[in-house]
Design a protein around this ligand. Structure first.
Ligand code: BES
Ligand code: ZN
Length: 461
C-alpha cells in the first residue's frame, strides 16, 4: 500500500496536467453541435485507460458513447484450480458537462483550464471529470507499482448524465452479466468542506418538463392590440405564481403525498453539517435565503421536494425595447423529488393542475422530459462502513453522513438491474460552482480523492 501512496504523491503534477487535457474537450451533452467533442473525449479516455493498464473500449449508443474500462483478470494457470473469485466493483462517472453559458461571466474560457493556487478552473472540473479522474489515478498507482488489487474493477464513464442518462439504462440491461458487481462507487456529489469528507446516503429524484403557453398566432403591436388579447407572458407569470405560497410550500394538491419526515438520527447528522446560514447566504450572493417554513436550510435543500423554474422565455430579449404582445411564453421546469415520491405520479398531478389552472385565453402545451426517483441507502451496511474508513484514512478526519439535493438518475437502475447499492463519495465543494460560471475543482480534494479510492479497495475487501 505504501508504494501506491508514494506513487500518487510523486505524480501529482503529471496527473493535474492530464486532467487539464481531459478538461479541454467541450463535451456539452445538451448541445448537438458538441457531438464530435463528446466522441473525441470518449476516445481520449479509452486511450488513457489503456495507457494506465486497463482493458478499455468505446461503446456506441443512440446518443453519446459509453467508455468501459476494466482491470485485467489474472489468467488461471492450466491444470490448476481457478483462482478464488475476487469481488467486483464498478466505478461510475460521467465525462459530459453542463452548457458553459453565460460565457461572459467566466474569468477565463471554460475549456481552457487555469490553475490558481489549489484550484483548477474549467467547465466539468468538479462535475465530473476531476472526480472520476481521481479514481483512474488510484488504479494507475496500483497497476504501475505492481501492487495487487484485492478486487476486480470496471469503470463505466458515460456521456449523457447531464441530460438524464437516456441510453445508459438500456446498456445496463444488455450488459447486466458483464456489469454484475458487489457495489458501485460514484464520486459525483459533494463534501461540506475540504477538511470535512462525506458519505452521501440519499439523493433527490427529479422530473423535468417544458410548458408553452400559446396566444395570438404571431407577435402583435402592443399599442394596436394590447388590452384586447391575452399576453402569454402575463398568463405564464400568473400560472407559475400560483404554484407556491408565501411560505414556500407547493400548493399543487397531492404534491407532498408520501413524503417522510426525517428521523431524529438524521436531524442530528444534519446539525454536524459545517455550513451556517450566514455562510450559505454569502456563498450564494443572494439578498436573503428563502425556503419552505418549518425546515432548516440543510433540510430544505436535501430532503424536501421542490418546484423550480430553470428557464423562462417570452417576447423580445434583444437590446432596447420592442412594443409587442408576444405570441407565446415558455418555461423549463424541474421538480426535485424525495424518497417515496413516484416520478410518474408527481408528473401526473402537476400536469393535471397546470391544465386545470391554465386560463382559456391561451393554449397549454406540455412536453415531458427525463425523470428519476430519489435514492436512499443505509449508511450502516458493510460497504458504507468500509467507505467511511477509507475517507477517514485519506482525509485524516472523521467523515460526516449527508443527504444531498442533486440527482444521479442511474443509481436507481444500478439497484434495479444489477441489484447493487451505490456508495456516493463526493469530492466537490459547495463553492466549486458546479453548473455555474467559473466552475473549479480543489486540488487537495483531487489528491485526497485518489488516496480515498486507493484505500477503498482495501477496506471493501
Ligand atoms: N453531480 C451532479 C449531481 C449532484 C450534485 C448530486 C451535487 C449531489 C450533489 C450531476 O452531474 C447532476 O448535475 N445531475 C443532474 C441530473 C439531471 C440532469 C437529470 C441534476 O441533479 O440536475
Ligand atoms: Zn451536473
Amino acid at each position: 500500500m505504501q508504494a501506491v501512496l508514494d506513487y500518487l504523491k510523486q505524480h501529482q503534477a503529471r496527473f493535474v496536467a492530464e486532467l487539464c487535457d481531459y478538461l479541454r474537450f467541450a463535451s456539452v451533452s445538451a448541445q448537438p453541435q458538441h457531438k464530435k467533442d463528446l466522441l473525441a473525449c470518449g476516445q481520449w479516455l479509452v486511450k488513457h485507460c489503456r495507457q494506465i493498464g486497463l482493458d478499455a473500449r468505446l461503446c456506441e449508443t443512440a446518443g453519446h458513447p459509453i467508455v468501459i474500462a476494466k482491470t485485467r483478470k489474472a489468467k488461471a494457470a492450466s491444470g490448476k484450480r481457478q483462482a478464488a473469485k475476487k469481488p467486483h466493483y464498478m466505478v461510475y462517472g460521467h465525462y459530459d458537462v453542463q452548457p458553459p453559458e453565460p460565457l461572459e461571466l467566466w474569468t477565463t474560457p471554460p475549456f481552457e483550464p487555469r490553475i490558481a493556487g489549489r484550484n483548477l478552473f474549467a467547465r466539468g472540473s468538479t462535475d465530473n471529470k476531476g472526480q472520476n479522474f481521481a479514481h483512474l489515478k488510484a488504479v494507475e498507482a496500483y497497476l504501475k507499482t505492481g501492487t495487487p488489487l484485492p478486487c476486480d474493477l470496471t469503470f463505466v464513464l458515460e456521456g449523457e448524465e447531464e441530460v438524464g442518462s437516456k441510453n445508459l439504462s438500456g446498456f445496463l440491461k444488455k450488459h447486466r452479466r458483464e456489469l454484475a458487481c458487489d457495489a458501485i462507487v460514484v464520486s459525483d456529489t459533494g463534501m461540506p468542506a475540504a477538511n470535512c469528507p462525506a458519505l452521501t446516503y440519499a439523493l433527490r429524484g427529479i422530473i423535468a418538463f417544458e410548458i408553452t403557453l400559446h396566444g395570438p398566432a404571431r407577435d402583435l403591436h402592443s399599442g394596436i392590440f394590447g388590452g384586447a388579447v391575452e399576453n402569454p407572458a402575463m398568463a405564464m407569470a400568473h400560472l407559475l405564481a400560483k404554484v407556491r405560497d408565501e411560505n414556500g410550500r407547493i400548493k399543487i394538491p397531492g404534491f407532498y403525498d408520501g413524503v417522510a419526515s426525517l428521523s431524529k438520527y438524521e436531524r442530528e447528522q444534519i446539525k454536524r453539517y459545517p455550513l451556517s446560514d450566514a455562510g450559505l447566504k454569502k456563498l450564494l450572493g443572494a439578498p436573503q435565503l428563502f425556503g419552505e417554513k418549518g425546515f432548516t436550510t440543510t433540510e430544505q435543500r436535501s430532503s424536501r421536494p421542490t418546484f423550480e423554474i430553470n428557464g423562462l422565455t417570452s417576447g423580445y430579449q434583444g437590446e432596447g425595447s420592442k412594443t409587442i404582445v408576444p405570441s407565446w411564453a415558455r418555461a423549463k421546469i424541474t421538480c426535485r423529488l424525495v424518497p417515496n415520491q413516484k416520478p410518474e405520479h408527481v408528473r401526473k398531478i402537476v400536469c393535471a393542475w397546470l391544465k386545470k389552472n391554465c386560463p382559456p385565453t391561451v393554449r397549454l402545451e406540455i412536453e415531458a422530459g427525463h425523470g428519476a426517483e430519489a435514492y436512499l441507502v443505509s449508511p450502516n451496511g458493510k460497504p458504507a462502513q468500509a467507505a467511511l474508513r477509507a475517507l477517514e484514512k485519506a482525509f485524516g478526519t472523521k467523515p460526516v453522513l449527508i443527504r444531498e439535493g442533486g440527482s444521479i438518475p442511474i443509481v436507481n437502475e444500478f439497484k434495479q438491474v444489477l441489484g447493487a447499492d451505490t456508495l456516493l463519495l463526493g469530492l466537490g465543494l459547495p463553492d466549486d460552482n458546479a453548473h455555474s460560471p467559473n466552475e473549479k475543482f480543489n486540488l487537495d480534494c483531487f489528491e485526497n480523492g485518489q488516496r480515498m479510492s486507493a484505500f477503498l479497495w482495501q477496506e471493501l475487501t
